[in-house]
Design a protein around this ligand. Structure first.
Ligand SMILES: Nc1ncnc2c1ncn2[C@@H]1O[C@H](COP(=O)(O)OP(=O)(O)OP(=O)(O)O)[C@@H](O)[C@H]1O
Ligand SMILES: [Mg+2]
Length: 358
């Protein structure tokens, strides 16, 4: 086992944000954020462009000041400390490698700056290179590496400093789909080995679902949900989360008239004393069942064939449009209409005013 990894694992720290506020001029980016990340946890900050993900990460790293509130790393309040005194190491989207330095020099640069002797430095670099599987590439320049190898240099450069927190800002977004997939798997395996507290920013829900111990979902700087990938998918806390996680997005059904077939199929009678028009019912496209007969008749408007599965766009008698994912094949022409059911236990309900899960 590597000594550097032992040190990182042993010194992994929790991160606590308390009442964090941030504005740029009149633009309130983070109204007020309270969140605790456990030591050794891999947390993904997920949300649409401009929701404050990078700002939040930069405040942890010390690259942005907070307007209010406290940030603690372990037992220490750090919001007034210089970035280099916080024990965070950051991996950026473009990796920011030094193009004229070899892999070994890129990884060892921060140790050199710190004045570490060459023999000690080279030993550390060799150890880290092994962790990120770059032993055979130490003498190459970044331009002679693949995207994935460059990413590993960037991670190696971050962990050689034995940080108590690793921060990643969209490190995979420059890669093509296949390489992204490979790097996702690699990152997740690396995290298991490294064990550092890691915060990873992305707007890609697949990255969030596959990498995170817990996902922090931000919407306009507000925390919508902070939970495991499974809970975020199975029990979205708000309409925003329901709509943001899942592809295609969850069907949301509003303005359901009382005692209509749709009202019955959505089981709204179960929600005692709640009028249909105060509730948003949700069902994921992959959970709608296509049945031979019975159920609701749905007119097919369009079918997208994605090979492994189809997305059927339908409209109900009420005018409600729905998307259905299915692996069903259809013989010959696409049908004009199908019959569908909402299986028990697959419906979600949200309060229309607050957007909160009921
Ligand atoms: N230095 C700055 N000066 C003024 N406004 C800024 C600054 N940095 C960010 N903002 C604004 O703050 C908001 C949040 O930006 P942030 O970079 O945190 O978004 P993000 O969630 O990381 O988005 P993306 O997914 O596009 O990277 C945006 O409205 C952005 O325009
Ligand atoms: Mg960003």
């Amino acid at each position: 086992m590597s000594k550097i990894l032992d040190n990182i694992r042993e010194h992994a720290q929790s991160i606590e944000l308390k009442g964090i506020k941030k504005s740029y001029g009149s633009n309130i980016v983070i109204p007020e954020l309270d969140v605790t990340i456990d030591a050794g946890e891999f947390v993904v900050i997920l949300g649409p462009s401009g929701c404050g993900k990078s700002t939040t990460m930069n405040m942890i790293a010390g690259l942005e000041d907070v307007d209010g509130g406290t940030i603690s790393i372990g037992q220490q309040e750090v919001q007034d400390l210089e970035p280099k005194a916080r024990g965070c190491a950051m991996v950026f989207q473009n990796y920011a490698l030094y193009p004229h330095m070899t892999v070994a020099d890129n990884i060892g640069y921060s140790l050199k700056i710190r004045g570490m002797k060459k023999t000690e430095r080279m030993a550390k670099v060799a150890e880290v290179a092994k962790v990120v599987s770059l032993e055979d590439f130490l003498e190459r320049l970044p331009s002679e590496l693949s995207g994935g190898q460059r990413q590993r240099v960037a991670i190696g450069r971050a962990i050689v400093r034995e940080p108590s927190v690793l921060l990643f800002d969209e490190p995979l977004s420059n890669l093509d789909a296949k390489l992204r997939h490979e790097m996702r798997i690699e990152l997740s395996q690396l995290h298991e080995r490294i064990g550092a507290t890691s915060v990873f920013v992305t707007h890609d829900q697949v990255e969030a679902m596959t990498l995170a111990d817990r996902i922090m979902i931000l919407n306009k700087g507000n925390l919508e949900q902070f939970d495991t990938p499974k809970n975020v998918y199975d029990k979205p806390a708000t309409v925003f989360v329901a709509n943001f996680i899942g592809s295609p997005a969850m069907n949301l059904i509003e303005n359901i008239e009382r005692d209509t077939p749709l009202w019955q199929y959505c089981n709204l009678g179960l929600l005692d004393g709640v009028m249909g028009d105060d509730v948003i019912a949700g069902i994921r496209p992959e959970h709608i069942e296509v049945v031979e007969d019975g159920g609701m008749r749905a007119k097919v408007t369009y079918i997208e064939d994605l090979g492994a599965y189809k997305v059927i766009n339908v409209v109900l008698a009420s005018g409600q449009e729905l998307m259905i994912s299915t692996s069903l094949g259809f013989d010959g022409d696409h049908p004009d209409a199908i019959h569908i059911k909402f299986p028990e236990g697959k419906l979600h309900y949200f309060d229309r005013q607050s957007g909160l899960r009921l």
